[in-house]
Ligand binder design. Sequence first.
Ligand code: 3PG
Ligand code: CO
Length: 555
Amino acid sequence: GFSWKLKDHPKLPKGKTIAMVVLDGWGEAKPNQYNCIHVAETPTMDSLKNGAPERWRLVRAHGKAVGLPTEDDMGNSEVGHNALGAGRIYAQGAKLVDIALETGKIYDGEGFKYIKESFANGTLHFIGLLSDGGVHSRLDQLLLLLKGASDHGARRIRVHILTDGRDVLDGSSVGFVETLENDLAKLREKGVDAQIASGGGRMYVTMDRYENDWDVVKRGWDAQVLGEAPHKFKNAVEAVKKLREIPNTSDQYLPPFVIVDDNGKAVGPIVDGDAVVTFNFRADRMVMLAKALEYEDFDKFDRVRFPKIRYAGMLQYDGELKLPSHYLVSPPEIERTSGEYLVHNGIRTFACSETVKFGHVTFFWNGNRSGYFNPEMEEYVEIPSDSGITFNVQPKMKALEIAEKARDAILSRKFDQVRVNLPNSDMVGHTGDIEATVVACKAADEAVKMILDAIEQVGGIYVVTADHGNAEDMVKRNKKGEPLLDKNGNIQILTSHTLEPVPIAIGGPGLAPGVRFRKDVPDGGLANVAATVMNLHGFEAPSDYEPTLIEVVDN
Ligand code: 3PG
Ligand code: CO
């Protein structure tokens, strides 16, 4: 039968303290002025790269290597941390929704049948991120669902949009809204009363994560459910164009708006008897709204009105909480993650990041599972993030504090694995502020140094890697790799992640002398890291894990 017990590694010892450092959004790209990692002073990461060549390499962090539909899909933190922690490649949300739509199975599922009960008398609302970024949602999936829902009897549809500019270029929101409007017009021609009802920028409206700032969700609630917002427009394309003219705003940060009719009345508040679908497949930035929509008891903000609705998520966002209880597509079943194995094999684990990435090194790392496997063996520390600011204002974020916590955990010798996520290069990279991103990269590098110094002191081992690229390329490029200019001759800033591979470095005084990266897994990706780390803890990885990146040669 099944056993959690891992076999001893034939050559590698147990009992070494391992620092597992994930630099968020730290890819490897050609050195140039838009490569903030190259521009920044990063002596620690440079020394790893320029050190022993058999202990530094690149791994794949995008596309199929992390379970995304195509090789054109950039990496992201969800799939990256899933792969790092689970050691296997799972078809991820984006792909599972594609299949469910292609086969039509989505319409036979429990979730769709449930919301369908509202079609006769209620409105069907969709809420989610409107872009083709493919990180949290995809516009083409929404368009298919809109058509599918109307084919299956929805007569009145309202869409509540969240503009992106973070996984896609800033300014692209206008085009996405036009595309959506086009499809809604087609539905209206078929007699379906379909229109956009509200909107706002994803970082200011609805899509907070890890409970950093409930005001963000509240602003969305007021617009989507109550039909109240500071800005009112008759038309969503006009809304987005006008709101973008506000100084210092961008797609990510558009203020909330509602669409009103000729009498100034909101066209689509959510009321008793309606159905709601949140069409993001990714959990972290939808689960807070899911709580507000589903929980009878809720004290995070005053909902004013709690409509009796039928609510389904595109996916179930939290398997432990079973939230939402209805969903259109079943999430990937990520089981037997490396974290769970290691805890069963006596590895005492410490994990830490600041709020905005805390769930990445815990929830995502552990296969979308919240909480501890065994509280006696694990400690997860969350350092509160600054809220209400864009991180280009504080590009150092909490890197130092995270590193100090990791250092203390390492020096305490109470843990066998000390795992952190350093958010800087990603969170500041997403703002598109190149200068601030350079500062961010330097701060992350300093944090790595502090952790490596602690590992040196205890005779431990370090594994330093990243979950996907971001800060290494801040400009949109054409197929030839040349920077693209906008109408005014300025470069087009790339706020999103990239398709680049990420580095992985191993070392430290505890690393057995013969350990080196194998040459026979040239296509290795993030999913190969889990087996590698298990080996470094002195264990063989389970046979169904992606192969280890290391071998031990006798010298
Ligand atoms: C976000 O949610 O901030 C971005 O869409 C993706 O960033 P992450 O995958 O690094 O969290
Ligand atoms: Co990111």
